[in-house]
Design a protein around this ligand. Structure first.
Ligand code: FEO
Ligand code: CA
Ligand code: CA
Ligand code: CA
Length: 619
């Protein structure tokens, strides 16, 4: 029965819950307080939204000032005066001298794609290895109309097309050098490599050897091929990279076709009834992506993976961190030395998680197994501004099932369904963390997703950012206090809750916060992946963008606007903090960009380097 519906539309058909009438005013009229943070009572921000326009012409922390920029719809990068940018690495750029330059006619082959930068760069981080600058980049997915734009159908038509798309996924590891002020790829560096959907990974943690992940090619359940759909990322204090597998379900299909019936677990994780994938067709060239042939293969994806930037160690799937649609992995060290990893599950009505390691971080020791064993918790946000972390081990499921089907365990515990948890970022200067809840058209519409104080707007078209402070300033504590850092909105169109919180005004409005990251100075950077129509409720917001938020005052200022139809995603800094690397993903996803090359060029996702013209620190 699955037809050409979008995944959202399909999902709606499968689970047609009817909206319950919800007493919105009752939910919003209660105030909650958080000591030491802004006091944001719901009725308070209704009254002040749009009025408390910040007139500051400069932001933010000491040493980093700029004049905020206006929203726009230019097919270009826009920055404040005093800042410049250059393109560093684009989809298809060669990592070695034997790889071809990008071919705008064919857009490459499977063989060429394996030797060049992957597509749709998302999370990334810089590492200094042996004195060299190594950038590790997630290549989340591909846009069929761009990757296969040379084909009449705009779809993969041959096996080589299918494999080209597959090789555009995974990670790109590349050495960069700054030459005469410009960042360049160091071609043929021994560090340059691709990690692809075919690269072997070790399996660590409680799911290693579990029957749930055994397949015909891995009867012991100890080695998994590949990582793909890596969205956000994490960086550990011991110098490894965490890549987060997000929409893995969209790659599995069944050539039993409509006769294929999902299990309840597959349904919860979005494996499609009738064996439809998202058009990638990987099962056409690789049987493990056919769920009727290898039903356990899908259990081997949807994890966080740990990668050694130097390439010396085999990468690892970290099963203790649970399986879901991972956004990013924000690592902090708790007071007693245990590693805490905050994790969002990016789907409407899914949850926010926290991993706490069993062992303690050794500042000068071997931490290679620190994320292999520990406890996984899920968040409950109470309406009184308090919250708790609930241990998934209490859900009454077997240990391996608890992790492979973490969503089911979390539901049994009664966790708070959230408005699509995207990036989580922890403040390096105080014990607090933030999660971007990007938007959720089902909020208040589905019985499983009622309005609550942490997700207070019906259909939430703009998104919001929730902040929490762990009890006793200890990230390993089991309770926390929370408040709302910002509710995005449009005060030029709305005068109700859709106007946003009081720190949103006509000059800084945006929608759909996604990537979040703190810089070393303590600024919160907010990247958007939202509606760029610039019309109706989104009028005046322009293209997707990056803003800077002050965690103390709540002030938010727009710093960067991206080209048409892109998402701004991925953020990291050079070791000297004089360069900020920013990701530009899928410019022209609907056919209306030629960035970065212009003219009639194929639009290409790319990482840019942003600097101050005076050579100062940038964050
Ligand atoms: Fe890949 Fe949740 O964004
Ligand atoms: Ca994201
Ligand atoms: Ca997003
Ligand atoms: Ca994206």
């Amino acid at each position: 029965m699955t037809t050409e519906l979008s995944f959202d539309a399909w999902d709606e058909q499968q689970q047609p819950e009817r909206a319950k009438d919800t007493d919105f005013d009752a939910v919003m009229s209660r105030r909650y307080f958080l000591k030491g943070a802004s006091v944001l009572g719901a009725s308070a921000f209704v009254m002040t939204a749009g009025l408390a326009s910040t007139t500051a012409k400069a932001a933010s922390k000491a040493g980093f000032k700029f004049t905020p920029i206006a929203a726009n719809t230019a097919d270009a990068i826009t920055l404040p005066e005093g800042f410049t940018s250059q393109v560093v690495i684009r989809w298809g750029d060669p990592l070695t001298s034997n790889a071809p330059e990008f071919d705008h006619e064919t857009r490459g082959t499977a063989a060429s794609q394996a030797l060049v930068a992957g597509d749709n760069n998302d999370g990334m981080d810089v590492f200094v290895v042996d004195g060299r600058t190594i950038l590790v980049i997630n290549n989340e997915y591909t846009n069929r109309s761009i990757t296969f734009g040379n084909r009449e159908t705009k779809l993969p038509e041959t096996d080589d097309d299918v494999n080209k798309g597959k090789m555009a996924h995974g990670l790109t590891v590349v050495e960069l050098a700054e030459i005469n002020g410009q960042w360049r790829i160091v071609k043929d560096s021994p560090y340059n490599r691709r990690v692809t959907p075919d690269t072997p990974f070790d399996v660590a943690g409680p799911v290693r050897g579990s029957d749930l992940i055994k397949t015909s090619s891995d009867p012991k359940g100890v080695e998994i091929l590949g990582t793909f759909n890596n969205c956000g990322n994490g960086k550990t204090p011991w110098g490894t990279y965490l890549a987060c597998e997000e929409n893995f379900n969209g790659y599995f299909s069944s050539y039993e076709g409509e006769n294929y019936e999902q299990t309840a677990e597959q349904k919860r994780y979005g494996i499609a009834k009738g064996g439809k994938d998202w058009g990638y067709k990987w099962a056409q060239t690789d049987d493990r992506f056919d769920v009727s042939k290898e039903p356990n293969e899908a259990h081997r994806h949807g994890w966080v993976v740990e990668v050694d930037p130097s390439g010396r160690k085999k990468p690892v799937k970290l099963t203790a961190l649970g399986r879901f649609k991972h956004e990013n992995a924000e690592v902090v060290i708790a007071k007693d030395g245990r590693a805490v990893v905050y994790l969002g599950d990016d789907e409407r009505g899914e949850f926010l998680y926290r991993f706490v390691s069993r062992d303690r971080y050794q500042p000068n020791g071997d931490n290679s197994t620190l994320l292999h064993e520990g406890s996984l918790f899920v968040a409950k946000f109470n309406d009184n501004g308090q919250g708790e972390w609930m241990n998934l081990a209490d859900a009454g499921m077997a240990p391996d099932e608890t992790l492979v089907f973490a969503r089911l365990a979390a539901s049994k515990l009664g966790a708070t369904t959230m408005d699509r948890p995207e990036g989580v970022a922890a403040n390096p200067h105080k014990e607090e963390a933030y999660v971007a809840l990007t938007n959720n058209k089902y909020r208040g519409e589905r019985e499983s997703q009622p309005l609550n104080m942490a997700n207070p707007r019906a259909k939430n078209p703009y998104g919001h950012i929730v902040r929490w402070v762990p009890a006793g300033a200890d990230h390993a504590a089991d309770t926390f206090a929370w408040d709302m850092y910002v509710m995005a909105g449009n005060p030029t169109v709305h005068s109700d809750l859709m106007a946003g919180s009081s720190n949103i005004n006509a000059d800084n409005m945006f929608n759909s916060p996604d990537g979040l990251k703190f810089d070393a100075a303590g600024n919160l950077w907010i990247q958007t992946d939202g509606n760029y129509s610039n019309e109706n409720g989104f009028a005046g917001m322009g293209n997707n963008q990056m803003l800077i938020g002050d965690p103390e005052t709540g002030e938010i200022h727009r710093f960067l606007v991206g080209p048409n139809e892109c998402e701004i995603t991925g953020l990291t800094w050079s070791a000297d903090r004089k360069t900020m690397f920013v990701g530009v993903q899928h410019p022209g996803e609907d056919g209306n960009s030629h960035w970065p090359e212009g003219g009639q060029a194929v639009p290409r996702s790319a990482v840019i380097a942003v600097k101050r013209t005076d050579g100062g620190l940038i964050g």
